[in-house]
Design a protein around this ligand. Structure first.
Ligand code: GTB
Length: 215
């Protein structure tokens, strides 16, 4: 079955891997599933054809035969449930890995997103300097908690899983801020994720698209 995902025609990050198609590419690479990519412009994302796939006019989407999915959590879970490599066989370990996926998306990503948004779009607001430390502290609090739980383990629950894929993807957004460096075990955790062959293939694929020559 052919799998097709959508991605930015040109990501605003110029191929740093921060757009959310990277985590879906990574999951597909981990399980060895070939995929095609349809590139969409910001304009096309708000057109009826794309809105039929994604009600909020965003990327990525996932198509596999008649199945259309949006939301990276649902997409990565679908990939992980159907092919071996991202979820343990043991039912309890599997449930815990899924819990970590939700933790990444529901508990860790929101403050990181708020922080990234503040730094990107709110710099010229009069309240920026006052607000940023508050937002930053919310991120630091989550990092402290995650760091305490990870300890000196390689992965969140013994073996690499979709939970780690999602958590590393979420933490990568903090790399440029330097915040991860205050938590060496988290910095090492993210580096272990980035060192995986599947991540490198996913990163390279999106980099190539975002750095292709324009005619
Ligand atoms: N919850 C959804 C999911 O997980 O799938 C969120 C999807 C989402 O936010 N998609 C973004 C999008 O389509 C792209 S990834 N935005 C366009 C729109 O909403 O109109 C977010 C993103 C974009 C750019 C960078 N960057 O340049 O650093 C990082 C992340």
């Amino acid at each position: 079955m052919t799998v097709t995902i959508t991605a930015f025609e040109r990501s605003p990050d110029g191929g740093q891997g921060l757009a959310r198609d990277t985590r879906v590419r990574w999951a597909l690479e981990e399980v060895g599933q070939p995929y095609e990519v349809r590139l969409v412009s910001f304009g096309a994302m708000k057109e009826p054809a794309h809105l039929a796939l994604h009600p909020f006019g965003q990327i990525p989407t996932y198509e596999e035969g008649d199945l259309v999915l949006f939301e990276t959590g649902a997409i990565v879970l679908h990939i992980a449930e159907r092919q071996p490599g991202l979820l343990p066989d043991d039912a309890d370990a599997r449930a815990r890995a899924i819990a970590w996926m939700f933790a990444a998306l529901n508990t860790v990503e929101p403050p990181i997103l708020e922080f990234a948004t503040a730094r990107l779009f709110e710099k010229d607001r009069p309240w920026f300097e006052e607000r940023l430390p508050l937002v930053e502290e919310r991120v630091r609090n989550r990092l402290r908690q995650l760091s305490a739980r990870l300890g000196d383990a390689d992965w969140l629950d013994c073996v690499f899983s979709a939970g780690d894929l999602m958590m590393v993807s979420v933490l990568l957004r903090l790399k440029s801020s330097g915040m991860l460096n205050k938590f060496p075990n988290l910095a090492g955790y993210v580096a272990r994720g980035e060192a995986r062959a599947a991540y490198k293939r996913a990163f390279a694929a999106q980099w190539a698209i975002n750095n292709r020559a324009v005619d």
